[in-house]
Structures are given as structure tokens and as C-alpha cells.
Ligand binder design. Structure first.
Ligand code: PBG
Length: 322
């Protein structure tokens, strides 16, 4: 093997050569835009903890999708803030619920937009947990049929992909079964398969009004210390019928993304979560970091193995990529 001075790696780093030797590429088609739709609002409302991000009324969400499509962004994940919450999260599967209405409107105007819906209870329950509760216990099996109903209601509204995020055991299988028996055999499931009990979700809880009244989510979301367990979670979800798997958060879990990529031949999404967004935005606002780090972060997540990245930076990134 050649050595210096015969070998010079800098030869391929000249400004016009560098570009053609890139190992990964980031384009707007790799990014999924999170959209918060709040049916209590008449006009868009800034989310304090997520500078530059808003909760939107239904019609504004449709306009937001239009603006993103113009930038080359093709897919969206919708989160709903309902006007009515109860113990069982019934508004999550209401035919005229906030998500169902939004999906219908988006698909009517933009049939080619890829609409993904988050399937979970936490935004719709008074206690804010991702499952139904008994006392302070989050009940796994009692939650499954409700998740099935939510997924079917989203599919009926026209969702292209449903994305269960509640980390209940058996949720993918239950949703697959519910979708199939309702005639939605062709609607894919993107499972939040390896979702950690992370401190990086706190801005989201303001954004989606999904903070919990008691306890925490450690009884269902994964322990941050575990990597092998993530592979078990993913393997199980694939067996239950997941078409796309997800690792969440992204940046502190690049090792998990890489392991999942090496191990499974299933499309892999990574969720660059709210806290990851807010800390970068805060540092940029202060002048401590340059905005170029956003590109660097998203490239890193892709290089780690993600095919798709859900990110609040999607719009500004797509603008810069143009
Ligand atoms: C709901 C859900 C959460 C996120 C996505 N879906 C919050 C949570 O689990 O507490 C977090 C997303 C983010 O922080 O950007 N189950």
C-alpha cells in the first residue's frame, strides 16, 4: 500500500473534486416535516421552546404543506392538539377529529403529498400518557384496540403511512390487524421501534400539549443505557409487520441508527427531536454556533444510516439546499 508522499488524501479534497466523492447526499426528499395542528386555534401560535416553530389551525397546516412542497419537501408527519381530551383519548379516533380533518384537506388539495400520522394517545388523554391508565399504571393490552381504531380512522381519512409512537408491546401487530380487517392492507406502518425515554422531548410536550400529569414514560419508552434491547424492539416490530422502522432521538443515538442499519434490511427513519432542534436554535440565536451546523447534523444522521430524517429543520434546510 502506498504511503506518504506517494499517497496524499488531500488530492481528492480540492474544491471542485470534493463534491463528486461525497459518500452520502442530503436532499429535501430525505426529510420529513413535523406539523402541529391545533383545532383550538384561529391563527398560528409560536411554540416558545421551539424558536421559529408554530402550532397551526387546520387551514394553515394545509398552506404550510403547500409551502413545503414548493421547496421540494414531500413528506409530513402530523401531530394533533384536540379541543377535547378524556381519560381514553377518544378524540384521537373521532372521524372528524383534528388529524382526520387535516389529512382529508391536505390529500384533497395535494394528493401526491406523503402524509404520515402519529398514532398515539398522549395528546388526547387528560393524563397525558401514551396508553390508558388504571391508577398510575399504564395498561398495555387495553391500549392496543384503541391504537388500532386510531390508525384505521387515519387511513380512512387518507393517511399514506401511520406511525405508532406509544411504545406499547404488540402495537404494530394490533395496528396491522386492524388496518387489514378494515381493508387497508396497503397502508404501511412506520414504527417508532426504538424510542428512548429521553430528556430531549420536553419542547415537544409544549408543542403538542402532551405533558403527563403523573409519573414518567420510563415504564414504556426504552432505557437510555440499552443498545441490544433496541435491536430486540426493532426485530419484534418487523415481525409484527412494520414496513419502516425508526430510531428516536437521533443525535445522541447515532450508534443505534448504525446498528439498526447494519442489521436490518428495512427502511430506517431517525427522529431529530424537539430538544435537538431547540438547543441548536438557541446556540445559533446567541451567536455561539453558525447555522451551517444544521446541515452537518443532518448529514451525520444520514451517514449513520438513516434513510429518512424527521426534523424541525426541514424547511430551513430545504431552503438552503435550493
Ligand atoms: C408522542 C410523541 C412524542 C414525540 C413524538 N411523539 C413525545 C413523547 O414521547 O413524550 C417527541 C417528538 C419530539 O420531541 O420532537 N408519543
Amino acid at each position: 500500500m502506498a504511503e506518504f508522499p506517494k499517497l496524499r488524501l488531500r488530492r481528492l479534497r480540492k474544491s471542485n473534486l470534493r463534491k463528486i466523492f461525497r459518500e452520502v447526499r442530503l436532499g429535501p426528499e430525505n426529510l420529513i416535516v413535523p406539523v402541529f395542528v391545533d383545532e383550538n386555534l384561529k391563527e398560528r401560535k409560536p411554540i416558545e421552546s421551539m424558536p421559529g416553530y408554530f402550532r397551526l389551525p387546520v387551514d394553515d397546516a394545509v398552506r404550510e404543506v403547500e409551502g413545503c412542497l414548493d421547496l421540494g419537501l414531500e413528506s409530513f408527519i402530523l401531530f394533533g392538539v384536540p379541543s377535547h381530551k378524556d381519560e381514553f383519548g377518544t378524540s384521537a379516533h373521532d372521524r372528524d377529529g383534528v388529524i382526520q380533518r387535516t389529512v382529508r384537506k391536505i390529500k384533497a388539495e395535494f394528493p401526491d403529498a406523503v402524509v404520515i400520522t402519529d398514532v398515539c394517545l398522549c395528546e388526547y388523554t387528560t393524563h397525558g400518557h401514551c396508553g390508558v391508565v388504571s391508577g398510575e399504571e399504564i395498561l398495555n393490552d387495553d391500549t392496543l384496540p384503541i391504537l388500532g381504531r386510531i390508525a384505521v380512522s387515519h387511513a380512512e381519512a387518507g393517511a399514506d403511512i401511520v406511525a405508532p409512537s406509544g411504545m406499547m408491546d404488540g402495537m404494530v401487530g394490533a395496528i396491522r390487524k386492524a388496518l387489514d380487517s378494515a381493508g387497508f392492507e396497503t397502508v404501511p406502518i412506520m414504527s417508532y421501534a426504538a424510542k428512548y425515554a429521553s430528556g430531549f422531548y420536553s419542547p415537544f410536550r409544549e408543542a403538542a400539549e402532551s405533558g403527563y400529569r403523573f409519573g414518567d414514560r420510563k415504564g414504556y419508552q426504552m432505557d437510555i443505557h440499552n443498545a441490544r434491547e433496541a435491536l430486540r424492539e426493532i426485530e419484534l416490530d418487523i415481525k409484527e409487520g412494520a414496513d419502516v422502522i425508526m430510531v428516536k432521538p437521533a443525535l445522541p443515538y447515532l450508534d443505534i441508527i448504525r446498528m439498526a442499519k447494519d442489521r436490518f434490511n428495512v427502511p430506517l427513519a431517525a427522529y431529530n427531536v424537539s430538544g435537538e432542534y431547540s438547543m441548536i436554535k438557541a446556540a445559533i440565536e446567541k451567536g455561539w454556533l453558525n447555522g451551517d451546523v444544521i446541515y452537518e447534523i443532518l448529514v451525520a444522521i444520514k451517514r449513520a444510516g438513516a434513510d429518512l430524517i424527521i426534523t424541525y429543520h426541514a424547511k430551513e434546510m430545504a431552503e438552503k439546499l435550493q
